[in-house]
Write a protein that binds this ligand. Structure first.
Ligand code: NAD
Ligand code: IPM
Ligand code: MN
Length: 372
């Protein structure tokens, strides 16, 4: 297993450091060779090389079995031109590795129902999967720019564009995945206003006809945002475009209790050898407001490695064990500050220690005293 680790900026190195400890534990436990290479991305790469990612790191990502990514960005680099900003690093990886299928599961652990802004009965046992198209749409559409007209007034424009093939392939992922879950897909668009939305809905319907055993519904994105925060359990698989997926997945994170809980997997189509290129990252950013204090919630990144076990390493049972260990640790009341509500909290490292102890010895009671 060749794992390229790209910690990035802010809390990135803190949470990825914890996930690497977890990866090494699984490598020893399951007896697979783990070859970890570490690289720079985002602001860290800008400081060292003057660019948010280098060709060498992109080559390493192409050669790796999987990439484990932290987060990029921060106020220090916000003044830079768009292609020079930290965020361009992750966007280039998504595009070059063709990671069009971004899976963002949002699970609400019953133990954390109190940490969510919603009433516990609305989110208890919530288990939804947002499937976000991640290599097209307004993030990448051309032309884009800011120009100054003859009158000196500025105009900015982006292009939202989707081809039939780009919509079809993400819909296939959604329908195939729904078959392994409750067999329901909700396709989210703005077909009432946008041409891309109209094509999205038409193609989703056509692809859906190839999966008669999966129930397809459609919803406008604004209504979906509202339904997510009022009746989230109606959803199972949501499939949507790049921008709506970005926004709706942060909203889904708030349902689960914290942005620090949601992992993601970004997958390509199968290559000639049958494998998919893959990048695993938490859905949250570099959290500059809490960086450097050892208090970031590592669970999103630990579970991102869990998705790596599931999707790149064909070890679903190990991914299940990890999920169970996280659940038990939360049940024991061990929490980082973002999910502690008014109770005691522990550091990122202490929470990871508790998860590792659970994995090591699932029956042993975990010490529940708060540690800093
Ligand atoms: P953010 O996700 O970094 O933070 C939003 C809020 O959530 C903050 O209050 C933060 O403290 C909290 N938070 C996030 N992750 C947490 C964790 N693991 N544990 C506890 N609390 C956590 O979003 P932002 O503040 O809008 O953006 C900050 C920077 O991150 C920006 O430069 C942005 O572009 C970048 N960003 C990067 C990625 C990525 O690399 N994939 C994703 C989102 C944002
Ligand atoms: C995410 C982030 C990224 C996105 C940024 C950092 C480019 O918000 O992964 O959700 O908008 O896709
Ligand atoms: Mn986002």
């Amino acid at each position: 297993m060749r794992l390229l680790v790209l910690p990035g900026d802010g809390i990135g190195p803190e949470i990825v450091g914890e996930a690497v400890r977890l990866a090494r534990w699984f490598s020893a436990d399951l007896g697979f060779d783990l070859e970890i290479t570490e690289g720079l991305v985002g602001g860290a790469s800008i400081e060292a090389h003057g660019a948010p990612i280098t060709d060498a790191v992109v080559e390493q990502a192409l050669a790796a079995d999987a990439v484990l990514f932290g987060a990029v960005g921060g106020p220090r680099w916000d003044h830079l031109e768009r292609p020079a900003r930290p965020e361009a690093g992750i966007l280039r990886l998504r595009q070059t590795l063709d990671l069009f299928a971004n899976l963002r599961p949002a699970v609400c652990y019953g133990e954390l129902a109190g940490a969510s802004a919603l009433k516990p009965d609305l989110i208890e046992d919530l288990d939804i999967l947002i499937i976000r198209e991640a290599t097209a749409g307004v993030y990448f559409g051309l032309p884009r720019g800011i120009e100054t007209g003859p009158d000196g007034a500025r105009r900015a424009y982006d292009t939202q564009s989707y081809t039939e093939a780009e919509i079809a392939r993400i819909c296939h992922v959604a329908f195939a995945t729904a078959r392994t879950r409750s067999g329901r897909v909700c396709s989210v668009d703005k077909a009432n206003v946008m041409e891309t939305g109209a094509l999205w809905r038409a193609v989703a319907t056509e692809i859906g006809a190839q999966y008669p055993d999966v129930a397809l519904s459609h919803m406008f994105a604004d209504n979906c945002a509202m339904q997510l925060v009022s009746r989230p359990k109606q959803f199972d698989v949501i499939v949507t475009d790049n921008l709506f997926g970005d926004i709706l997945s942060d909203a889904a994170a708030a349902l689960s209790g914290s942005l620090g809980l949601l992992p993601s997997a970004s997958l390509s189509a199968p290559l000639a050898n049958g494998r998919r290129r893959a990048l695993y990252e938490p859905i949250h950013g570099s959290a500059p407001d809490i960086a450097g204090r050892g208090m970031a919630n590592p669970i999103a990144t630990l579970l991102s490695f869990g998705l790596c076990l599931r999707h790149s390493m064909d070890r679903p049972e190990a991914a299940d064990r990890l999920q169970q260990a996280v659940r038990t640790v939360l049940a024991e009341g061990i929490r980082t500050p973002d999910i502690a509500v008014d109770g005691p909290s522990v550091s990122s490292a202490a929470l990871t220690d508790a998860v590792l102890r659970q994995l090591e010895n699932p029956s042993s009671p975990v010490e529940t005293k708060a540690r800093r």
